[in-house]
Design a protein around this ligand. Structure first.
Ligand code: ADP
Length: 336
């Protein structure tokens, strides 16, 4: 599909270039032949005024001039033709390169979009299939007692909760895709971190994880709810991938006109090969995929990166397997 689109665009570019080139060639041809005709005419006037002895008796000046004219015009035609052929070859190559350059980002975006749709459909189908199987098996059994019904409904509810989480994440990604900073306001990073830590305290307590903060306040211009969501995603991962009774530190520092927020855990860590992909949509490292207790869809860090991008910042990870990870978000400071 993209091959033919590239070809079509190449032909369009080439047609435009050749149209202009031929138009110029015609103009050059007309003006140069007209000039040639004029100069031969002037030459004839001068020659006719010269004494006869300078010219042989049987010399036909008009025929000679016509020959000169034909020779010169055919030379002009050949040069213009050659020039147009060279332009055709060069413009053809350049048009193809330009067409590829124009279409490549669109091609990549469409590919990413279809990969995303396939991944999302797969993730949506998994809980649906599980629910369907459970219900079918239950219906096949003769008499369901109340305990079995409750178990079935409980399990169905778990799958529904997964579907809910997934659709919320998908919706978030779509919303951030369309966000254009319309809800931007000045936000204190210390306040953002304190609120987010407060919201994650229960989850941390559940694993007896200690959440500490070391904050140097600075302000950023952004959407408060999204920035809180960003810190919560990082905290949620830090808690999910840390052992019980460990410690997580959230710190913020300011350097010149940029400030950073860091979330450091002492959890399972991320291998170097995985570090390159964890911000991709639906990417989960093998170790976390196999652990059913840490359910997630590999969308959290994609949403985090999208939020950071919307705030003109960057997010990076430093991690050592078995020792822990540090996620650093760098954002422009609103009032340096
Ligand atoms: P998930 O829903 O799987 O947590 P994320 O996009 O948030 O999705 O993270 C992608 C992957 O990155 C996770 O599956 C996990 O393997 C890895 N990861 C993210 N944060 C951490 C962390 N703090 N410690 C170890 N691994 C992490």
């Amino acid at each position: 599909m993209f091959h033919s689109a590239t070809l079509r665009l190449t032909l369009w570019y080439l047609a435009i270039v050749m149209f202009i080139s031929l138009l110029f060639s015609m103009a050059v041809y007309r003006s140069s032949t007209a000039e040639l005709g004029n100069s031969l005419h002037r030459q004839a006037i001068v020659l006719r005024q010269m004494p006869r002895f300078a010219v042989p008796v049987d010399f036909d000046l008009e025929q000679f001039q016509q020959q000169q004219y034909d020779l010169a015009t055919s030379k002009i035609q050949t040069s213009l033709l050659m020039l147009n052929l060279i332009i055709l070859v060069l413009a053809g190559g350049a048009s193809y390169l330009l067409a590829r350059r124009t279409l490549l980002p669109i091609e990549n975006a469409l590919e990413a979009q279809s990969r995303f749709t396939a991944d999302a459909s797969h993730e949506l189908r998994t809980p649906l299939t599980a629910m369907k199987t459970e219900i079918e098996v239950a219906l096949r059994g003769k008499d369901l007692d109340q305990k079995e019904v409750k178990e079935l409904l409980g399990s169905n509810l778990e799958e529904i909760a997964k579907l809910e989480t997934l659709s919320t994440s998908l919706l978030r990604l779509a919303q951030h895709d369309n966000a254009q900073g319309k809800d931007d306001e000045l936000c204190s990073v210390a306040d953002l971190v304190t609120t987010s830590v407060g919201r994650m305290q229960k989850m941390a307590d559940h694993k007896q994880i200690q959440l500490d903060t070391k904050l140097k306040d600075f302000e950023v211009l952004g959407d408060k709810a999204s920035l809180e969501e960003l810190i919560i995603i990082l905290l949620d991962n830090a808690i999910k991938y840390s052992p019980a009774s460990s410690r997580i530190v959230v710190s913020s520092t300011k350097k010149g006109d940029s400030g950073s927020i860091e979330v450091t855990d002492h959890g399972v860590g991320i291998g170097e090969a995985d570090q390159a992909h964890i911000f991709d949509r639906f990417y989960r490292s093998d170790s976390s995929r196999t652990k059913s207790s840490t359910n997630g869809y590999g969308l959290g860090l994609s949403i985090a990166q999208q939020i950071v991008g919307l705030h003109k910042g960057t997010v990076k990870v430093k991690s050592v397997i078995g020792e822990g990870s540090t996620f650093s978000v760098v954002l422009p400071v609103a009032k340096p």
